[in-house]
Design a protein around this ligand. Structure first.
Ligand code: THU
Length: 151
């Protein structure tokens, strides 16, 4: 993992993080009031947006990361996801420290990376610093993927 200041990131990294930051405004989080925005950059240059979607039946909601990755898979199934950015906002400001994706989102990130056969960079935005992981694999050791189902 590398820690970046805003000005140290590339234009492409800043663009995808900016979309994730915009997306916190669209978060539907009447229960937690914890807004999470996500943005997936595809190989064709498209940026697919996501944000957390909560539900009165709590487990029926979905995290921002998965909403972006599933939307990307639904709209552009042939396009590898090259970057995924996440930003968290609560109490009237972005969190100083980046949010850590939950285990289920890490598993979905790994499936996405594995599906397309290339690395997907993960950018976790925080007001003070942004954490950049070269690959989703850096967030989850000993992965469970398609091959494991073969026994
Ligand atoms: N959440 C995300 O969207 N992504 C994360 O990485 C962590 C948590 C959401 C789920 C729920 O809507 C709210 O944040 C509080 O847990």
């Amino acid at each position: 993992m590398r820690v970046y200041q805003w000005e140290e990131m590339s234009d492409e990294q800043r663009e995808v993080v900016s979309v994730a930051k915009e997306q916190v405004q669209r978060s539907y989080c009447p229960y937690s009031h914890f807004h999470v925005g996500a943005a997936a950059l595809l190989a064709n240059g498209e940026v697919v947006r996501g944000c957390n979607q909560e539900n009165a039946a709590y487990p029926s909601g979905l995290c921002a990361e998965r909403s972006a990755l599933f939307a990307a898979g639904a709209q552009y199934p042939e396009q590898p996801v090259t970057k995924l950015a996440i930003a968290c906002y609560t109490g009237g400001h972005f969190t100083d420290v980046p949010g850590a994706p939950c285990g289920a989102c890490r598993q979905v990130m790994l499936e996405t990376e594995h599906r397309y056969g290339g690395k997907m960079e993960i950018l976790l935005y925080g007001e003070k610093e942004t954490y950049v992981f070269e690959s989703a694999a850096d967030l989850l050791p000993l992965i469970f993927v398609k091959e494991n189902l073969k026994g």
